[in-house]
Ligand binder design. Structure first.
Ligand code: ADP
Length: 617
C-alpha cells in the first residue's frame, strides 16, 4: 500500500475545513430563518390577544391572518367574517397591513440547501481535479506516483492509454529504433533470451542534442512493449538535503521492481551522473545519489524485467562508472534528422493539422536544415497558428515557409523603425552577402534576402539553401563561406566608406570556421593533422577547449586572422567587380524589403544595367 502522500493530506484538511464552514453556515441560517416557527391558533385566541394588546403586527391576506406578538413569535389563523377587526386592531396599537413573511417549511428549506451545497461541492471537485491533472504535466496519461518516503511526489508513472506513443510516431531515427526494438522484444518474451543464457543490457543511454525525440523514443519503447513507464528527471533527484536524492533512487527502484516488467526513464541523467572528482565544487548530495543509482543498478538481478533508459545531451560529462558494462553499456545515438528524417517528421506532425494537398515538404525540410524534431514540430504548429490568424481554414506552403523563418530568426518586428540610412546600409550589407555567395561557384544559391527586422535581433538576412544534404565540407567550401560571411561588411566599406556594428554575428561565425580549420580540421600546412582543440560539448553548441602550448595559441590566432583577412579581401574584390549589380539589387531590395532567389538571379543575369548611386537616398 502507498503511504499517504502530502497532497492527499492537504486535500483532506481542505475538505474538513470546507465541511466545518458549511455546517456553521447551515446552523446560522437555520437559527435565523427556520427555527422561528408558526403556531396555528384559533380566531378566538387572536381576538383575545388583540384585546390584551399583545398583537404587534398583523397581515391579513385573502385566506388567512398572520400575526406576530410582542415577543417576536409568529402565529396564523383562518379568516373569519369580522367587520370591526380593523377597528379593534387599530385600537390595540397593532401595525397591520404590513406583510409578514411566513417562515419557510423546514423540509423545503433543507431540500433547497442540500441541492445547492451538492452543486457547489461538485463544481469545487471538478475545479480541484482539473488543477491536479494540470500539475502532473501536459500528459493526461501521467498518473502521480509517490517516490521517496520523505521526498516530494515527483516521480510519474506513464499509464497505458489509447493514444500512447509508438515507434511509428517517431519519424526517422531508424538506427535508434532498431536498437531499441531489441529491448521491446525482450520485454515481450524474456524467456527467449533466458533460455539461451543471454542477458540483456540493464540500461541504455540515449545520447543526442535537445529536441531530437529521446523522451519520445523512451515512451515509444514502453508503448510498444505494453509495460508501465516510470519517468523522472535527473534534476528531481538532487535535493537540498544530503540523502534525500539517494532515498528517492531507492524508492524508485523498489517500486519499479514491484511493477516489473517495466521501464524506468531518467531524463537529463547528467544532473546526477556527472563525473565524481576531487574538486572543491564537489556536491555531496549528487555524489550520494549517483552512488545509490550505481548500487541499485548492480543490485537487481539480470532478466528481472526492469529496463533503465536514460537521456543526456552531455555524454562526455558522465561518470565512467555509469558507462561500464552491466550499467548503461548500450549507447544509442539520437542525432539531428537528415533531409529524409526532416521530411518524415514534418509529415508526421502535418497529420495533426489541416494542410493543403500541394504542400512541398521537401522544400521546407531543405530550408530548415539543421532543425531538430522539436523545432520541426514547432514549425508546423506556427504555420497553423498563422493560418488561423489570417482567417484561413487550411495551412499552405507560404505559412510553412514563413514559420521556418520564425523558428530560425524569430518573428517579424513590425514596429521596429529603421531610418532610411539604416535601411540602405542593411540592404547593401545583405546584398553583399548574397552577391559574394552567388559569384563563388561552390556556394549555395540564394533563396531569399530580406531587410525586415526580426525578434532575434537580425535587421535583415540572406537565406541560403543547399540543393543536397551535405555531410562533408571541403577546404575551399569553408573558405568560400568565410568570404560570403565577410561580404556584408565588405559592401558597407565599399559603398559608405564606413563600417557598422551590423556584422558582429558574421564576424563570430567566420572566426569560428577559420579557427576550426586551424585547430580541428587539420587544414593548414603548419599544424598538419594535429588537433589543437577538443570539443567539450558536442551536442550543446560545440564549445571547445584549447589543448596546446601558449606559444602555439599565439600562432593559431595569427593564422585565424590571416585566413579571415584573405577571404574578406576576396569578397571585397568580388563586389568591386560587380559594383553595378550590387547597386541594382540593393536598390530593388531597399524598395521591396524582401526579394526571392529568382528575382535576385534575374537581376544578376540581366543585360542592361542601370547605374544607381547608393548614397543618394
Ligand atoms: P528530447 O527528449 O530529445 O529533448 P523530446 O522527445 O522531448 O526530445 O521531443 C520533443 C518533441 O519534438 C516531441 O514531443 C515531438 O513532438 C517532437 N519530435 C522530436 N523528434 C521527433 C521525431 N523523430 N518524430 C516526431 N516528432 C519528434
Amino acid at each position: 500500500m502507498q503511504e499517504m502522500q502530502p497532497n492527499h493530506k492537504k486535500s483532506l484538511t481542505f475538505w474538513l475545513f470546507f465541511l466545518v464552514i458549511f455546517g456553521l453556515m447551515n446552523f446560522m441560517i437555520y437559527n435565523r430563518f427556520v427555527k422561528q416557527q408558526v403556531t396555528e391558533v384559533g380566531y378566538n385566541v387572536f381576538m383575545k390577544m388583540i384585546d390584551d394588546k399583545k398583537v404587534k403586527e398583523a397581515s391579513i391576506t385573502s385566506s388567512q391572518i398572520i400575526f406576530m406578538d410582542d415577543q417576536g413569535n409568529t402565529y396564523k389563523t383562518g379568516l373569519v367574517e369580522d367587520s370591526d377587526l380593523y377597528e379593534r386592531l387599530y385600537k390595540s396599537d397593532a401595525t397591520f397591513g404590513a406583510e409578514i413573511v411566513e417562515p419557510m417549511n423546514p423540509l423545503l428549506y433543507y431540500g433547497i440547501m442540500f441541492g445547492v451545497q451538492i452543486l457547489l461541492i461538485f463544481i469545487l471537485w471538478r475545479f480541484m481535479t482539473k488543477r491536479i491533472t494540470k500539475k502532473m504535466g501536459d500528459d493526461p496519461d501521467m498518473m502521480s506516483f509517490s517516490l521517496g518516503g520523505r521526498g516530494k511526489n515527483t516521480g510519474r508513472i506513464y499509464v497505458k492509454s489509447k493514444n500512447d506513443v509508438r515507434f511509428k510516431d517517431v519519424a526517422g531515427e531508424e538506427e535508434a529504433k532498431e536498437l531499441l526494438s531489441e529491448i521491446v522484444n525482450y520485454l515481450h518474451e524474456p524467456q527467449k533470451y533466458t533460455e539461451i543464457g543471454a542477458t540483456l543490457p540493464k540500461g541504455a543511454l540515449l545520447v543526442g542534442p535537445p529536441g531530437t525525440g529521446k523522451t519520445m523514443l523512451a515512451k515509444a519503447v514502453a508503448g510498444e512493449a505494453d509495460v508501465p513507464f516510470f519517468s523522472i528527471s535527473g534534476s528531481e533527484f538532487v535535493q537540498m538535503f544530503v540523502g534525500m536524492g539517494a532515498a528517492k533512487v531507492r524508492d524508485l527502484f523498489k517500486q519499479a521492481k514491484e511493477k516489473a516488467p517495466c521501464i524506468i526513464f531518467i531524463d537529463e541523467i547528467d544532473a546526477i551522473g556527472k563525473k565524481r572528482d576531487t574538486s572543491l565544487t564537489s556536491n555531496d548530495e549528487r555524489e550520494q545519489t549517483l552512488n545509490q543509482l550505481l548500487s541499485e543498478m548492480d543490485g537487481f538481478e539480470e532478466n528481472l524485467g526492469v529496463v533503465i533508459l536514460a537521456a543526456t545531451n552531455r555524454p562526455e560529462s558522465l561518470d565512467p562508472a555509469l558507462l561500464r558494462p552491466g550499467r548503461f553499456d548500450r549507447r544509442i545515438p539520437v542525432e539531428l534528422p537528415d533531409l529524409k528524417g526532416r521530411i518524415d517528421i514534418l509529415r508526421v506532425h502535418a497529420k495533426k493539422i489541416r494542410i493543403s494537398e500541394n504542400v512541398d515538404f521537401e522544400t521546407i525540410a531543405k530550408t530548415a536544415s539543421g532543425a531538430s524534431g522539436a523545432q520541426l514540430a514547432n514549425i508546423i504548429n506556427e504555420a497553423a497558428l498563422k493560418a488561423v490568424r489570417e482567417g484561413r481554414k487550411v495551412v499552405q506552403q507560404d505559412d510553412l515557409m514563413e514559420s521556418v523563418e520564425v523558428v530560425i530568426a524569430g518573428y517579424q518586428k513590425k514596429n521596429k523603425i529603421l531610418t532610411n540610412k539604416e535601411k540602405l546600409v542593411v540592404s547593401y550589407h545583405e546584398v553583399g552577402h548574397a552577391l559574394v555567395a552567388a559569384k563563388q561557384s561552390n556556394s549555395a544559391p540564394v533563396t531569399k534576402i530580406t531587410i525586415i527586422p526580426r525578434t532575434s535581433g537580425a535587421l535583415g538576412y540572406t537565406m541560403q539553401v543547399d540543393e543536397d544534404e551535405r555531410n562533408l565540407m571541403s577546404r575551399s567550401e569553408i573558405l568560400n563561406k568565410i568570404a560570403t560571411l565577410s561580404g556584408g561588411r565588405a559592401a558597407e566599406e565599399l559603398i559608405f566608406s564606413e563600417i557598422t556594428t551590423g556584422a558582429s554575428n558574421d564576424i563570430e561565425q567566420a572566426t569560428k570556421l577559420a579557427r576550426s580549420m586551424v585547430t580541428r580540421f587539420g587544414m593548414t600546412e603548419d599544424f598538419d593533422m594535429v588537433a589543437m582543440e577538443v570539443v567539450t560539448n558536442q551536442y550543446l553548441g560545440g564549445d571547445t577547449s584549447l589543448a596546446c602550448a601558449p606559444e602555439t595559441q599565439t600562432k593559431i590566432d595569427r593564422m585565424v586572422v590571416d585566413i579571415v583577412k584573405e577571404q574578406h579581401q576576396k569578397a571585397a574584390q568580388i563586389l568591386k567587380d560587380n559594383m553595378q549589380k550590387l547597386h541594382e539589387i540593393a536598390k530593388h531590395l531597399y524598395e521591396n524589403e524582401t526579394i526571392t532567389g529568382e528575382e535576385f538571379m534575374a537581376i544578376l543575369n540581366s543585360e542592361e544595367n542601370t547605374l544607381v548611386s547608393g548614397t543618394e537616398v
